[in-house]
Design a protein around this ligand. Sequence first.
Ligand code: FAD
Length: 232
Amino acid sequence: MTVGADGRRSTLAFALGLARHPARPRRWAVGAYVEGLAGMRPRGEMHIRPGHYLGLSPLPGGITNVCLVTADRARLADPSGALDDVLRRDPQLRDRATAVRRISPVTALGPLAVDVSGTGLPGLVLAGDAAGFVDPMTGDGLRLALHGAWLAAGAVLAELETPGVEAWRRLAAARRQAFARKLRVNRLLRGMVARPTVVRVGAIGVRLVRACCAVSLASPGDEAFARRWSTS
Ligand SMILES: Cc1cc2nc3c(=O)[nH]c(=O)nc-3n(C[C@H](O)[C@H](O)[C@H](O)COP(=O)(O)OP(=O)(O)OC[C@H]3O[C@@H](n4cnc5c(N)ncnc54)[C@H](O)[C@@H]3O)c2cc1C
């Protein structure tokens, strides 16, 4: 059995026609590590704006990982300028970003979205991002990659122990059961942030009904899953 765990741009999955970049959404990521971003707390932040979003992840030692995701490919011509620009101009962030100093090279990658049509073939299963990549907006890629790897291992062991149903078929069924609902929510969110008008209306909604927003973010944020695992 071969396990393809070679990431979002899986050579195996693309070469075998199991994965492709969809025509939409087309988004690119620009990221770097910075120091001096004021007001960071232990939780990460996701700032969704018309046309782009910005993820801020706190790290030890006052370091922050800053990741801009944009549909505007022209911004990749000057990735570090794009990051500086977003931090300097954003009305919620500019006062916090006055002392920001970049401490790493800027990385740019994309297009981000990958559609995977199958979880393997006879003799092959895909694990992690190779089996499907979700938009990083919801911050749950690592959890899904690890859970997907665990399901792939189970499917391989089941085929080796009781041959009959091929591992990739077992894996497809297991992934459907584990992820179908969650991936629908993620796709819906991904579609919403691509529409500037929806983002503007959503921003008003957040101000009016914060409680509803907390509930609707619990699913992509995997709160129920985290609670189950921390108590088991
Ligand atoms: C911009 C961006 C932001 C993200 N933000 C978050 C976040 O905030 N929270 C979160 O949980 N997740 C996030 N993710 C998702 C997360 O990074 C992935 O879900 C996770 O890294 C997937 O793990 P993986 O092992 O499947 O793939 P990868 O981490 O991509 O690992 C694949 C490995 O395979 C290796 N490889 C590839 N080809 C070969 C080959 N032919 N031979 C040998 N080795 C090979 C690669 O070098 C790599 O080390 C983000 C992703 C992106 C792109």
